[in-house]
Design a binder for this molecule. Structure first.
Ligand code: GUN
Ligand code: ZN
Length: 430
């Protein structure tokens, strides 16, 4: 057995700080320690006490750095890494102008391998240890992503993006091939090492009812896998869905009608929800995923985080790159904070950190496994330098208490704030 002891300030959670008093849900130690045995966290506590009890552990002393669970990105598109920050479009035009042309390049397996490796390394350099990604409609894009994640021993969730209409012909599958390819990829990758498969219809406008029905049937065959898609992101999109599915009660119903509403469903964006949709998501326990940098960048709207949390919905946090404009979950937390301000709610740094770790892990049904600084969790860890740039350092110098010390890094930090990353008990090196 290999034992590592990481010393520094430690931050974890005992419960949900959005729905309970955040102060009661936080486990913070300014002189903490995290004991790792092989690939898991064995103990979290006072650093000196752990050092005394485990004299053979290899010690890494991070001083005043903050040791956190690695960030969990609950929704992103690795094929869009190359076209992140493309100018001037809203959702439908953005998909047609930038996204679909880029995704056609993934017919080339070598290109897919290259972008998958680049994306995972970018994520890790930003302290993100789990990505939940859409691939393209090409099966080889799924193989590329899972293979690159396996090389890095990363816990990832991904699936083949299915679409059989309203997209370029060379990106379209059919109801049958979407079912067949998804099933084959699911059988090949789900549960292999740290990989989890997600059945992935892109969104209702790019699937025929027949395709949604086929994917709903596949989910019924494999109810333990996740299903990821998009929901109610922009008003023109929602109007288009109503035209394409005249019998649906609302956008969520286009999924519900075909067996694609469930507890293991991940619904990205979910900005402009109707009351019935909120009620149904709560009833079934489906998760909505907040993508704040994307929602402002593409001009989608202001997600009602506090309202949906109070309504009892499971909520994850995500970059949504390349619709999102940053790989950094710090920047993503900052955008969530800013959107909160625009909605008249103030998110505490503890709530933001919880969203980026425990909440996203819970959305993925991996609570206690990833995104957690608790004993028993996999040792996926991000170590934050809270004074990583001159502007943050001068602000940090006058901070009073951990939250005032952490908040400038949340608001202004990026990959320079990531001092170290551990994946499954091993220190990540570029
Ligand atoms: N809706 C359907 N596809 C996409 C996508 O790739 N990005 C975003 N942000 N929304 C979508
Ligand atoms: Zn998306």
């Amino acid at each position: 057995m290999t034992q590592h002891l990481l010393l520094g300030q430690t931050l974890g959670f005992s419960g949900n700080p959005l729905t309970h008093d955040w102060a009661d849900m936080v486990a913070f130690d300014s002189a903490g320690g995290v004991l790792i045995e092989d690939d898991r966290i064995a103990a979290v506590g006072n650093g000196a006490t752990l050092a005394k009890a485990h004299p053979d552990a290899q010690v890494t002393n991070y001083g005043d750095h903050l040791i956190s669970a690695g960030f969990v990105d609950a929704h992103m598109h690795y094929p869009q890494t190359g076209m992140i920050a493309s100018w001037g479009k809203q959702l439908i035009d953005w998909l047609n102008s930038y996204t679909f042309p880029e995704e056609t390049r993934f017919a080339d397996a070598a290109y897919a391998d290259d972008v998958a490796a680049r994306t995972l390394d970018l994520a890790l350099s930003h302290g993100t240890t789990t990505l939940t990604s859409f691939c393209t409609s090409h099966p080889q894009s799924v193989d590329a992503f899972f293979a690159a994640a396996a090389t890095r021993n990363m816990a990832v969730v991904a699936g083949k993006t299915c679409m059989d209409r309203n997209a370029p012909a060379n990106l379209c599958d059919t109801a049958q091939t979407a079912y067949d390819d998804s099933k084959r990829l699911l059988q090949a990758w789900h549960g292999q090492g740290r990989a989890e498969y997600a059945i992935t219809p892109r969104f209702s406008p790019t699937s025929t009812p027949a395709q949604l029905e086929a994917l709903g049937a596949l989910w019924a065959e494999y109810p333990d896998v996740l299903m990821q898609t998009h929901l109610s992101e922009q008003h023109p999109e929602i109007a288009w869905v109503a035209e394409l599915y005249p019998d649906a009660r609302d956008y969520l119903d286009t999924y519900e009608m075909f067996g694609l509403l469930g507890e293991r469903g991940l619904y990205g964006h979910a900005i402009h929800l109707q009351q019935r949709e909120i009620d149904r998501l709560r009833e079934v326990g489906g998760a909505v995923v907040h993508c704040p940098t994307s929602n402002t960048f593409i001009g989608s709207g202001l997600f009602d985080l506090m309202g949906l949390a109070a309504a009892g919905l499971r909520i994850g946090l995500a970059t949504d790159t390349g619709g999102g404009s940053s790989f950094s979950m710090l920047r993503t937390m900052a955008a969530a904070y800013e959107i909160g301000q625009l909605r008249g709610t103030v998110l505490h740094p503890a709530q933001l950190m919880w969203l980026a770790t425990e909440a996203s892990a819970a959305a993925l049904h991996q609570s206690g496994q990833i995104g957690s600084l608790r004993p028993g969790a996999m040792a996926d860890i991000a170590v934050l330098d809270l004074a990583s740039t001159p502007v943050i350092a001068q602000r940090h110098a006058r901070a009073t208490g951990i939250w005032d010390a952490l908040f400038p890094t949340i608001m202004m930090g990026d990959d320079r704030a990531i001092a170290d990353v551990w994946i499954a008990g091993s220190r990540w090196t570029h």
